[in-house]
Design a protein around this ligand. Structure first.
Ligand SMILES: NC(=O)C1=CN([C@@H]2O[C@H](COP(=O)(O)OP(=O)(O)OC[C@H]3O[C@@H](n4cnc5c(N)ncnc54)[C@H](OP(=O)(O)O)[C@@H]3O)[C@@H](O)[C@H]2O)C=CC1
Ligand SMILES: Nc1nc(=O)c2c([nH]1)NC[C@@H]1CN(c3ccc(C(=O)N[C@@H](CCC(=O)O)C(=O)O)cc3)C=[N+]21
Ligand SMILES: [Mg+2]
Length: 282
């Protein structure tokens, strides 16, 4: 079986999380996650709803704050300040992307690093890169859990991460490096990408272009992780990897949907729980 079943692992972890949350509630702390959504991006609406459903199932307190597309940067920053002060919220997540008139950098900087369950604040990114992570970006963190669950050896292996965003590619590279992989990061300026990719024992693809990675990118027996979320011409959700072509060559591969996405939400919940737990006795 070559499939990495992220959905099944996410469901399994959700059951264990509920027990941990019940125990924490018995000690008087209910984990709280607040999600801020600015504008009407339909994809964001779906993710945000999934997050809320999973948070409530886990026994969290959870709220979505929906703001209009026209919300000013100043008003958003004021809201974040208020959420930072509000002790019922252990985790604050501002859904990206934000409308063009709002600076993502300023907004991420405004979130209290101790409530930054996305791990996007420069303080948390710095802690990750210096080897003492506190808050980890949930997408790469979920990928590490999947690799461990499926017994993938990382130390000494060649890993290629395609994509260098702050939210996926860069933290992914650091997490693999921390586990002693030999890591390369590729991007839109990389030359001979297929040849570079073909060297990798572990290939993580986070580009945002449907079916971009074909069989000629993949070393036989490689582990292939597909982060991409794209819509094909029929509106069907597809990954960055041409699954049918690559699956026979890979030793393990994540599907889209049902791979990385569900684990992203799981790690967000786990991190919010851990953050709530740290407030015990404070
Ligand atoms: N399943 C999940 O939980 C999540 C899924 N996603 C999905 O993952 C994908 C990537 O997201 P994100 O990291 O935010 O994307 P960004 O758009 O921020 O970054 C994309 C990266 O891919 C690189 N790239 C683009 N085209 C090519 C190409 N032809 N060859 C090589 N590299 C290329 C870009 O290079 P350059 O830097 O040179 O421009 C950039 O570094 C998207 O489909 C997104 O929807 C994202 C987050 C979570
Ligand atoms: N501040 C912030 N934090 C994020 O973590 C964040 C963000 N902004 N902006 C957008 C990306 C994307 N993202 C996903 C979460 C869940 C699924 C997910 O649940 N996917 C399922 C189902 C998807 C579906 O059916 O539409 C799957 O792949 O099986 C996907 C993508 C989080 N992101
Ligand atoms: Mg993006």
């Amino acid at each position: 079986m070559t499939l990495i079943d992220g959905k099944a692992l996410a469901d399994k972890m959700a059951i264990a999380l509920k027990d941990k949350v019940d125990a924490l509630k018995a000690k008087g702390v209910t984990p709280g996650l607040v999600v801020v959504l600015v504008g009407e991006n339909p994809a964001s609406q779906v993710y945000v709803r999934n997050k809320e459903r999973r948070a409530l199932t886990a026994g969290f307190k959870s709220e979505i704050i929906r703001l209009s597309e026209e919300t000013s940067e100043k008003d958003l920053l004021a809201l974040i300040d208020q959420l930072n002060q509000d002790s019922q919220w252990h985790g604050i997540l501002v859904q990206l992307p934000l409308p063009a008139h709002i600076s993502e950098e300023k907004v991420l900087l405004a979130i209290d690093p101790e409530k930054d369950v996305d791990g996007f604040h420069p303080t948390n990114m710095g802690l990750l890169w210096s080897g003492s992570p506190v808050m980890m970006p949930s997408t790469p963190a979920g990928i590490m859990v999947m690799l461990d669950e499926y017994g993938v050896d990382i130390a000494g292996k060649t890993a290629l991460v395609i994509g260098r965003s702050n939210i996926v590619g860069k933290p992914m590279a650091q997490m693999l490096l921390d586990r002693h992989a030999t890591v390369t990061i590729a991007h839109s300026r990389t030359k001979n990408l297929a040849e570079v990719a073909k060297q990798a024992d572990i290939l993580v693809v986070a580009i945002g272009m449907g079916n971009f990675v074909t069989a000629d990118f993949v070393k036989p027996g490689a582990v292939v992780i597909d982060v991409g979320m794209n819509r094909d011409e029929n509106g069907k959700l597809i990954g960055d990897v041409k699954f049918d072509e690559v699956e026979p060559i890979a030793s393990l591969i994540t599907p889209v949907p049902g791979g990385v996405g569900p684990m992203t939400i799981t790690m967000l919940m786990e991190q919010t729980y851990e953050t709530a737990k740290r407030t015990l006795g404070k």
